[in-house]
Design a protein around this ligand. Structure first.
Ligand code: OSB
Ligand code: MG
Length: 369
């Protein structure tokens, strides 16, 4: 297989509600969507980086340059056996995994369409439906947060994740636990703490959280290992895990007991599969993270999460939680039991709504041999 053409475009999509984390507020997304062409087939990928370099080093504009000037040209016209080799074409690029993954994942979609099979099947997925949770951003007040939680539970979501930061942590989680003593509850700090906060983090143990996500620095596993020794609550790493090598080192050190896999953060489906397998063989649960994706990225996450190691509810929720209108058809829907049912159509299983895509596109670039 040879990729003959890559079209990239930036779209702008306002979020239905602002999303606040410890590193900032997002009100609208600037997303790069990639379409790859080979022998009459096409495949779609989404670059999952944020607008600014605050979650990790990547940002929409830097990803645009990496895609246009490096990852795209390195991919075009090169003969590969299949999508498992796509990542290696851009492997000399350091970091910038979300930019690289936009192309890598698009090639997986293309290959699945070429074979006429759903992407989940090509990936070896087994689950017919995947369990879903929601990630709720920081709210002004506990009352506002409780109202959001009530709404999401009524929709059927199986797990609630709360964003926390210094000053919005122990008391806030206590207020939620008082109202909902039984629900599956997690918290995500996005690296807002240091070991000096260990005492407060230890006190969170009393709330029986399913996990605490990335409490310490994005590039640290040493301090996380120290913290995990002090906590009963399992630590789940997000930002710190970029590869199966990172997963191996983190688990070897005892820096976490659970791993969140984000396709972009780990450079695409190939590396995500390696992490899933490594963790599954060691009974380490994994789950699909989310990056406020539009439909293409969301569809890839759904396919990924059908793989057997994805035993915990993911941050993969319905399109309507984010967008007034998504870029795919049908939009992603969640069942009343809080699951998403895998699709039987070839590739990612959702049609890209190109008219909708054109409507929200602000720039384009085409890369050809
Ligand atoms: O840490 O999981 C995170 C969104 C943007 C950046 C980082 C994170 C998140 C989320 C949202 O938690 C998950 C989603 O609903 O897509
Ligand atoms: Mg996270």
């Amino acid at each position: 297989m040879k990729i003959e053409r890559i079209e990239m475009r930036e779209i702008r999509l306002p979020l239905v509600a602002p999303f606040e984390t410890s590193f900032g507020v997002t009100t609208g997304r600037r997303i790069i969507i990639v379409k790859v062409y080979s022998e009459g087939q096409t495949g779609w990928g989404e670059c999952t980086c944020n607008e600014g370099p605050f979650y990790n080093h990547e940002a929409t504009d830097t990803a645009w340059i990496v895609l246009r000037d490096f990852a795209g040209p390195y991919t075009i016209g090169r003969e590969i056996e299949g999508p498992a080799e796509a990542g290696a074409l851009t492997g000399r690029i350091r970091g910038n995994r979300m930019a690289r993954a936009a192309i890598e994942t698009a090639i997986w979609d293309l290959e699945a369409k070429r074979q006429g099979v759903p992407l989940w099947k090509l990936l070896g997925g087994t689950f017919e439906e995947i369990p879903c949770g929601v990630s709720i951003g920081l709210q002004e007040t506990d009352a506002a947060l409780l109202k959001k939680i009530e709404h999401e539970l009524k929709s059927g979501y199986q797990r609630i994740k709360l964003k926390i930061k210094p000053g919005r942590d122990y008391e806030m989680v206590r207020a939620v636990r008082q109202e909902y003593p039984e629900i599956a509850l997690t918290v995500d700090a996005n690296s807002a703490y240091t070991l000096e906060d260990a005492e407060m983090l230890r006190r969170l143990d009393e709330f029986g959280l399913m996990l605490i996500e990335q409490p310490l620095a994005y590039d640290d596993i040493i301090d996380h290992a120290e913290l995990q020794r002090q906590l009963a609550t399992p630590i789940c790493l997000d930002e710190s895990i970029l590869s199966v090598a990172d997963a191996r080192k983190a688990l070897q050190l005892g820096a976490c007991r659970i791993i969140n896999i984000k396709l972009g953060r780990v450079s695409g489906h190939f590396e995500a599969q390696r992490i899933e397998k490594f963790c599954r063989e060691r009974a380490i649960p994994v789950w699909s993270g989310g990056m406020l994706e539009a439909g293409v990225g969301r569809a890839h996450n759904i396919a990924m999460a059908t793989q057997a190691g994805f035993v915990l509810p993911g941050d993969v929720s319905a399109s309507k939680r984010y967008w007034t209108q998504d870029i795919i058809s049908p939009e992603v829907e969640v069942t009343p039991r809080g699951t998403i049912i895998r699709r039987s159509e070839p590739g990612i299983g959702y049609e890209v709504n190109e008219a909708r895509l054109d409507e929200v596109t602000v720039r384009r670039e085409t890369i050809v041999a």
